[in-house]
Write a protein that binds this ligand. Sequence first.
Ligand SMILES: C[S@@+](CC[C@H](N)C(=O)[O-])C[C@H]1O[C@@H](n2cnc3c(N)ncnc32)[C@H](O)[C@@H]1O
Length: 189
Amino acid sequence: MDPDPTLTVSSQDDVYRPSEDSLLLLAGVRVEPGERFLELGTGNGFIALHAAKRRARVVATDVSPHAVQCARTNAIENRLPVAVVQCDLFRGLRGTFDVIAFNPPYLAEEIRGPWADRAWQGGPIGDDVILSFLREAREHVAPGGRIYVLIPGNRDRALALAESTYRVRIAAKKPLVFETLFVLELAPK
Ligand SMILES: C[S@@+](CC[C@H](N)C(=O)[O-])C[C@H]1O[C@@H](n2cnc3c(N)ncnc32)[C@H](O)[C@@H]1O
């Protein structure tokens, strides 16, 4: 998806502000009108709102109550139908989705502290949340569906798990100073 300048997406101090990784995931995601779209870890709703603007049927989640509130407000202000729910990864979500997208916390730091920090803390080597996501996502994607996840190129355990469980295509990538970010498009094997 291309960035849509007609969307007004505001944030607040304790909610992740869309950054380079958000734009990269947006660029890698393909979603068609009418498809059931799930975004995990929506933050202020930036990507979910783009999918809703494309007339996908959108559910957005976040573990942070502040992010959930912020994404709900942005959906209302843009008059877009996005169901925003608070949950940890797939806990409590029912049914399957044609497209699932996740820009996870991936920096190497223990997961603790305020919600704002947990937006980027991915555990001691930065792959805890990604690994859990990869183990669970295949159960929640519809037959023929697509999963998009952002992963830094040096998260070896996560890349190995992705390759052993899914057919993998690189949907987008961006070299940064210390690492290259990839958006992988996954389909269960
Ligand atoms: C890197 S931010 C991405 C935010 C937004 N999707 C974007 O691209 O700008 C990661 C988001 O995932 C959320 N998050 C962290 N752990 C989560 C979990 N276990 N389940 C759901 N959301 C989680 C954080 O609260 C944060 O909003």
